[in-house]
Write a protein that binds this ligand. Sequence first.
Ligand SMILES: [Zn+2]
Length: 182
Amino acid sequence: MKLVNVADYGIKGINYYWERKSKFDLTEDELCSVGVLANNALVDEILIPKLKEANEIFKKHGYELIVKDAYRSPELYQLVKGKRYEIDGKENTDKTFNPVRMPHSSGKAVDINLVDLKTGIEIEMWDKKDWPAGAFINFYEDKTDSLSKEFQRLQDFMINTMLNLGFQLGLKNEFWHFEYEV
Ligand SMILES: [Zn+2]
C-alpha cells in the first residue's frame, strides 16, 4: 500500500474524523497518535486513476467528487470505536462501522459525496434525521415524496458510476461507501 493525498491529484478530500473532532470528542493529539496528521483523504495510489475517471463522469453531470473519508489506520479504528460506542451506543455504531473487518485500513475504501459545480456546495443525498436507517442503499426506494425520489436518483447515479468503474459497495451497504479490490 502506498498512501497518497487525493488533493495532490485534483480531487477534493477531507478526513472525516479530523473534520468532526468535536462531535466525536477527539483531540488533535489523539488523532496524531493514530496517524491522522491533517484534514486530508489518503488512499492507496492504485485508486487515483479510478477516482479521476469517476470525477470526469460526475463533472459531465454538473458535479464534482469529494472524498469524505479514506484510509484509516487500525489504531484509528480502535480509537474511534471507543468514542462512538460512548456517544452513539454500540448498536447504532455497529450498523455502519466495522472495527473487525476495517475496510478503510486497506487504503482502497472511500466514503464519497458529490459537490455541485455551480455552487461549490455538497449535495444532500439523504436526510440526516433518517440516521441510521437512511444510510443504506434501499431506504428511499419505496418512498413516493419528491425529496425521497431525488435522494434515490442521486444515490443511483453515484452508485452506478462507481460500480461501472469496478468499485463495490461494502458489506453494510451504505450508499456512500465504495471499495476497490479490498
Ligand atoms: Zn466507509
